[in-house]
Design a protein around this ligand. Sequence first.
Ligand SMILES: Cc1cc2nc3c(=O)[nH]c(=O)nc-3n(C[C@H](O)[C@H](O)[C@H](O)COP(=O)(O)OP(=O)(O)OC[C@H]3O[C@@H](n4cnc5c(N)ncnc54)[C@H](O)[C@@H]3O)c2cc1C
Length: 353
Amino acid sequence: MSYELTIEPLGQTIEIEDGQTILDAALRAGIYLPHACCHGLCATCKVQVVDGEVEHGQASSFALMDFERDEQKCLACCATAQSDLVIEADIEDDPDAENLPVRDFDGVVTRIETLTPTIKGVWIKLDEPAGIRFQAGQYVNLELPDGIGSRAFSIASAPSQAGDIELNIRIVPGGQGTGYVHERMKVGERTRVSGPYGRFFVKKSARVPVIFMAGGSGLSSPRSMILDLLGEGFELPITLVYGQRTREELYYHEEFLALAEAHPNFRYVPALSHEPEASDWRGFRGFVHEAAKSAFDNDFRGHKAYLCGPPLMIDACISTLMQGRLFERDIYTEKFLSAADAQQVRSPLFKAI
Ligand SMILES: Cc1cc2nc3c(=O)[nH]c(=O)nc-3n(C[C@H](O)[C@H](O)[C@H](O)COP(=O)(O)OP(=O)(O)OC[C@H]3O[C@@H](n4cnc5c(N)ncnc54)[C@H](O)[C@@H]3O)c2cc1C
């Protein structure tokens, strides 16, 4: 059974299956509704129900209070339709968003490589020869067996290789999903991804130089974005400031050196924070934000910056960029929120101290 879901102010009517969330129906129809935790906890996806009945699902009472339920509001990430629906949502018009519909793709794991002691590269060949259309920087949900469910991973390869995607997966101690990938996933195994998800992509229409700042397993999106930009002949300066703790963790180092050699507009700034003093490392020693400050002489004006990595790195990079006179509106981040992180997200009324 299905219902009709009309999304205002777009005035677009789509189908919503019985039991399907409003968010899932919208994303699969190529309509982006703002969202973040996807577990009914952060309230980013709150929408107004103008007409019809919804079931609120697992919306928390912090994120959706009783008086808001009385005012016919709901959380799109967990509300399902009980009748035809009309909702009103904050639809932002982003000239760089392609609004690609989310779909499911079956495929096979063709290669698993150890990139660092904690990160595996996983290559998945999709059954559909055309593969998955995505914007560089977006992510997929990888379905894992044995009741583990799905986990989000950014696509590390370029959109031009849509039939054969690469994911870089860091093991989380005690993590079920990443533990499966690192310890049990095999070449030849059938798998499924859904996507593309996310709003992390280059604002190409701005036509300004670009800075990427990446650390830990946050390299995937920047790598895809850089390969995409260089592949299509983006001629403005592109800088990658890329930090790891030690040289053995600095994966794709040779690839970025070669890209910098081949493309005069691409600058590569690797930084190691914990490399032994005695090693032959001649690059920057210190954290990503320190390397960026030094590479740009503390002046980031006129750029757009894309940040991907652990929360502490992101916070330090934002402070450095703003001290170097880059406005917050020119800084974009991808947060690797997990279900457990989301548990800590309470009502916006409860500010973190
Ligand atoms: C948009 C998005 C893109 C992402 N892209 C990537 C990517 O490209 N590569 C990648 O390696 N990861 C990525 N992640 C993170 C990845 O989804 C999580 O690491 C993964 O869900 C953890 O799954 P798990 O089953 O191993 O851990 P779970 O079993 O779900 O969690 C186990 C424990 O680990 C903690 N935990 C979960 N995730 C993390 C984390 N990232 N860091 C520290 N502790 C954590 C939890 O709080 C929990 O206590 C991304 C996440 C998001 C939301």
